[in-house]
Design a protein around this ligand. Sequence first.
Ligand code: NDP
Length: 455
Amino acid sequence: MSIESVNPATGEVVDSYDETSESQREDRLERATETYAEWRETPIERRQGLLSEAADVLRGNVEEYATFMTEEMGKPIVQSRAEVEKCAWLCEYYAEHAASHLQDEVVASAPEARTVVVHEPLGPVLAIMPWNFPFWQVFRFAAPTLAAGNVGLLKHASNVPGCARAIEDVFREAGFPEGAFTTLLIGSDEIDAVVADDRIAGVTLTGSDGAGRAVGETAGRELKKSVLELGGSDPFVVLEDAPMDETVQAAVQARLLNSGQSCIAAKRFVVVDDVYDEFVDRFVEAMDEQVVGDPTDERTDVGPQARPDLMDELHEQVEKTLEAGGECRLGGEPIDREGAFYRPTVLTDVPEDAPADREELFGPVATVFRVPDEAAAIEKANDTRFGLGASVWTEDLERGERVARRFESGLAFVNELVKSDPRLPFGGIKDSGYGRELAEDGITEFVNTKTIWVQ
Ligand code: NDP
């Protein structure tokens, strides 16, 4: 069997790859297990050094990797290059900080013996990853996991097999031993068997809450550690004292980054009555000015959706929202041209329980809600089953932080887009999943935090 990657801007087949057969899967799992036995004993300084090398490999091949992403899932090329750079930064972060994040802690509050907490690796960890940030999401898992002495196996989304292979090459070229990072080109129907395999110590998934529930269920049954980074419906709260120029500009970026396909994109814009009309008028105008088109063109702001079926699903959510009484102020339909292009869209007056209110809209569609005041804004912001990110826009920073503390989310930003940063923990609550990636919290997810008592 082979897996084809299809360019969503043109519908053309980019390449085709052989699926990993059952016997190859078995060989790769075995190899990963053998490598783990050596890798966990490899001094952390060496592991960190190899991550620095991986950063160099990434920086040395930005154009090649960026082109893979743009061809396979349609990311505008400027953003693809930035993604490769960000992966290099992430590798450098753990190359510098892994040892200090994992250092032994002597516990001063238990002085009757020598008590030490140590962090040991767990074993081979399986990562099930999505197509939207096909490099970043994988490195976000791989860099800390490998630095901690685990080995990684990747089941990437079926539409980005070329990216999966390219990432495996990055680690090989950097000098990581064979088996430290392995790609399995398998379908999601084979995941259960891999998670249940005794050699797998843990599993992490980034993707939809449906996939998260399925994998979390298997991990729970098998008593394996899991981390789930699922969808979001982030609120973007505009208060009456928001700096309007910056706020509108940020709102467009927050919604349209990666052609609207980001878990931490702002999806619900919650605006207080005093500035609602001004915000909506300016937001609609700015959304309309965005350049939609060929993702290989550096002037493009918004590329195609990653797959035609995802665009159809998005359009259905928009249509159902309009049927329920929502108003369409901009867009609201696919663009009549080849490829999965959707018009930047702004919906208003959306009734409660319509898809744009309740579900995640994973594309360039913004929904704006009018609320009377700050208290109602916080209530609306939290009125969702998701809890990934949230932002608030105000001139008053103390007020901003007060509001940020009241968001039911894993990330809360004041006057800044919600974004991931290697130095800061990243993850959600509620239906956005559990566990954390990045920073110290990320590297300690897949370790055995072991207590040693020496009497
Ligand atoms: P999925 O969640 O289905 O895919 C993400 C990853 O999970 C892929 O590797 C996929 O494999 C795998 N997967 C899917 N179902 C299962 C399962 N039952 N058991 C194990 N693994 C599974 O995302 P889609 O591509 O279908 O996108 C659908 C929606 O998901 C989007 O519209 C968006 O709302 C959300 N999403 C959220 C992301 C985020 O960053 N949080 C990223 C991507 C999507 P395969 O590709 O082979 O099916």
